[in-house]
Design a protein around this ligand. Structure first.
Ligand SMILES: CC(=O)N[C@H]1[C@@H](OP(=O)(O)OP(=O)(O)OC[C@H]2O[C@@H](n3ccc(=O)[nH]c3=O)[C@H](O)[C@@H]2O)O[C@H](CO)[C@@H](O)[C@@H]1O[C@H](C)C(=O)N[C@@H](C)C(=O)N[C@H](CCC(=O)O)C(=O)O
Ligand SMILES: Nc1ncnc2c1ncn2[C@@H]1O[C@H](COP(=O)(O)OP(=O)(O)OP(=O)(O)O)[C@@H](O)[C@H]1O
Length: 495
């Protein structure tokens, strides 16, 4: 009933709350186009639109009540609950109407500029190996057992996130791992959830088009590591940002890294075509982890996942088995190979630091003798300041193919020019091919069999958007075709 929602709102926020009547409400919905009969429609003021404008449409679709921040005249015959900020109560109200699933589950929240999806998948694998039924929510969707649902966002809006957790609990999940994006934290999508363990994978400049300043971006992430939000923190302290967080967090911290002060310390590691091996030391002694994930970034991800799983009380043998058994998430350092053809590494790197790491992984695979060819673009209408920095990092490649990555209405040639600025004066040979499929194919054709072609930016994504509707484009699929053609042609020449 709406009066129960009112009580929850009063517990959660200060300020005036006013209700015009009562009605049974079953779900919370923030999009009028998704309203089902019995919903409480929350009128959210957004960047593009004011949800109050869609209240009439929501009532026509069956909304039983409205959550508003100003009284609507008329109310179209349904009661209204007026609060100071609709967005600020989405978490608590979403939790209430979903049956407070977070209170029945053990929750892990994973934040960091990069590594959330990978680390979440690792922790999830460890939980399952320990015999716990666990769900996972993030960029790749929501999953429990063999059931999946799309999420659209890395961290879904609070009503959807709460419904997903309820769905997982209904499927028997006792635990859930949730990717916590900075934007999700900033706009309150994770409000009303308390994480048993909050995980920090690392930090660099990103999403400044949303946050405005680096400090604001930092503050959004750091907010997760506070009493009431998290019980314990697992923090990668290899970089200064992690050390800052470990020092400032107001919850107990497990420090993970290569330095002497770390509680979970990486003693040595090795990564290559066959995967990654890490030797760790913690309070219980030394542990050797093996994983099919490749690339130096996964050394840290594995160590952090280990520390998280152990913090959750999972037995060491189960954690080791879970981490070893994980199939690499799609588009994260995915290797495409055929005998006689160059190897292609498809990776979701879309920040300067991730690109640097991916290039190091590619050079490692190329063995230092062979060339690394990079296919690089940048997404339109997103973080424009990042482009030049990506270009600077791209100098680590021997040859660079600048291309389109989905212009979202911007001029793709202009985006490529902004990337190219960072490459000026560098040693790499630079070509421009705006057709992404043609760029990947050309890079493979131009490579020698021992070379590595690194395709970054889109990872698992299968839809690319320019000015028109999205079109199907899967980098790994294009790479597989190019590599197969290359191998066929090589066999033909040899025959
Ligand atoms: C910055 C941000 O959080 N934006 C999200 C936000 O948009 P907004 O508040 O501006 O909403 P709006 O479009 O102005 O609309 C206002 C309200 O009217 C409603 N509406 C709108 C039209 C209509 O016909 N009926 C209707 O009810 C909308 O559902 C919304 O509630 O609320 C929308 C509705 O849920 C989200 O789709 C939108 O995400 C946009 C699409 C987005 O791309 N967000 C990205 C940047 C994002 O959140 N990314 C993070 C980080 C990913 C990473 O780590 O890389 C993520 O967690 O995914
Ligand atoms: N710990 C890490 N530090 C830096 N870069 C990483 C790390 N882990 C992965 N990466 C790089 O970042 C890319 C994205 O990894 P992942 O999907 O795990 O991160 P994410 O935080 O979920 O990204 P997003 O929020 O954009 O979905 C990888 O393809 C890899 O290039």
């Amino acid at each position: 009933m709406l009066h129960t929602v009112e009580s929850r709102v009063r517990e959660a926020v200060a300020g005036p709350v006013h209700r015009t009547g009562d009605a049974p409400v079953t779900t919370l919905e923030i999009d009028s186009r998704a309203v089902l009969p019995g919903a409480l429609f929350a009128c959210v003021r957004g960047g593009d639109a004011d949800g109050h404008r869609f209240a009439a449409a929501a009532v026509r679709a069956g909304a039983a009540a409205l959550l508003v921040d100003r009284p609507l005249q008329p109310g179209w015959g349904v009661p209204q609950l007026q609060v100071p900020s609709v967005r600020a109560v989405l978490g608590p109200v979403g939790a209430l109407l979903a049956g407070d699933p977070g209170e029945r589950m053990r929750l892990v929240g994973v934040t960091g500029t990069n590594g959330k999806t990978t680390t979440s998948a690792l922790v999830h694998a460890a939980l399952e190996a320990a015999g716990r039924r666990a769900g996972v929510v993030g960029t790749l969707g929501a999953r429990v057992g063999d059931q999946e649902q799309g999420t659209g966002l890395t961290t879904p809006e609070a009503p959807q996130l709460q419904r997903l957790l309820a769905w997982m609990a209904g499927q028997g999940a006792t635990d859930a791992v949730v990717e916590a994006s900075s934007i999700g934290l900033d706009v309150g999508r994770l409000d009303a959830l308390r994480f048993d363990v909050a995980v920090f994978t690392g930090f660099e400049e990103d999403h400044l088009d949303h946050h405005g300043t680096l400090e604001q971006y930092w503050a959004s992430k750091a907010a997760l590591f506070a009493p009431g939000r998290a019980g314990h923190a697992v923090v990668s302290v290899d970089e200064p940002w992690g050390r800052r967080l470990a020092d400032q967090a107001r919850v107990p911290v497990t420090r993970v890294g290569r330095s002497g002060g770390a509680d979970v310390r990486v003693l040595s590691w090795d990564t290559g075509r066959r995967g990654t091996e890490v030797l760790l030391a913690d309070g219980d002694g030394e542990h050797r982890l093996r994983s099919a994930l490749l690339g130096e970034v996964n050394v840290g991800n594995l160590a952090v996942a280990w520390a998280t799983a152990r913090r959750l009380g999972l037995p060491a043998a189960d954690v080791t088995a879970g981490l070893a058994g994980l199939t690499p998430p799609p588009g994260r350092n995915t290797l495409v190979t055929e005998p006689g053809a160059p190897r292609v590494l498809v990776d979701y790197a879309h920040t300067p630091r991730a690109l640097r790491a991916a290039l190091r992984t590619a050079h490692g695979l190329a063995g230092g003798q062979q060339c690394v060819h990079l296919v690089l673009g940048a997404r339109g209408r997103r973080d424009r300041a990042k482009r030049q920095l990506l270009g600077v990092e791209a100098r680590l490649a021997n040859r660079v193919w600048l291309t389109n990555e989905g212009s979202h209405g911007e001029n793709p040639r202009q985006i490529v020019e902004e990337l190219r600025v960072g490459l000026i004066g560098g040693p790499s040979e630079v070509s421009v091919e705006l057709d992404r499929r043609a760029a990947i194919t050309a890079a493979v054709r131009a490579a020698d069999p021992g070379d590595v072609v690194l395709v970054v930016g889109r990872g698992h994504e299968t839809q690319m958007q320019d000015s028109g509707p999205p079109v199907h484009l899967d980098d790994a699929e294009v790479a597989r075709e190019a590599v197969a053609d290359y191998a066929r042609a090589a066999r033909g020449r040899a025959a």
